[in-house]
Design a protein around this ligand. Sequence first.
Ligand code: AKG
Ligand code: FE2
Length: 268
Amino acid sequence: MDTPGNEGWLAAVRNARAELAAEGCCVLRGFIKPELVSTLRDEGVALAPHAYYTVENVNAYNIPLDADLPPDHPGRIVLRRGNAFVARDLIPAEALIQRLYTDARFQRFVADCFGLAELHEYTDPLAGLCLNVVAPGMSHPWHFDTNEFTVSMLTQEPECGGVFEYCPSIRSREAENFADVRAVLTGHGERLIRRLELRPGDLQLFQGRFSLHRVSPVGGTVQRHSAIFAYSDTPGLIGTAERTRQLFGRVLPDHLAVGEARGDRLLD
Ligand SMILES: O=C(O)CCC(=O)C(=O)O
Ligand SMILES: [Fe+2]
């Protein structure tokens, strides 16, 4: 990585900002040096057995399936979430993805690309950094992120399938655009879908709160692995006990304390 403020840094930031403004997504190809890409993969392969493997019925908005919604609301469409997360507390401090997540220069670069004055790691001991594992036959179905700023990196590519697909700015702060979301969820939204060809070690910056996205079903025999670096422009983020149990199969004292008067901001 370049030094903050030098020519290479500024050019990369300018480019990322332009792509984010146009597409809500930006890929920095070959962000990890070629000689480290196999380390990146091997570390992910060693971690993957520790993921919380479960299959959950969800909708694209991650709201309860029994919510009282109008008949044509796309939140009524039930999807099968088959990806599994390795939580942050299981990822060694010396692993490349943990070192990157906590690196001050990396955080400054991400903040500059997103145009943020401040960028904070999550306080949440499980959700701030995860390895997302999508096994053959599984997918990470269409959804919106709760967080506005998502940074991710493929660490192992599958043999086939497992493509990152997204619908740039399908909704905005002002408009949910349920008709288009419904079209995508029912298989009639091809015109709205973009696909990324990601390689291990590429860095992806993404605004997933407004762009519906998924990892399509993985084929072949090899798992798809990606590191998810979660940051926020406000400090103190921690998930609710309920959501944490769904994602990781367990909770820690920090999650149980949410809801008491701690002044923390909730993830969901
Ligand atoms: O694994 C990926 O590439 C995407 C993950 C994702 O969308 C998420 O964790 O919210
Ligand atoms: Fe997402």
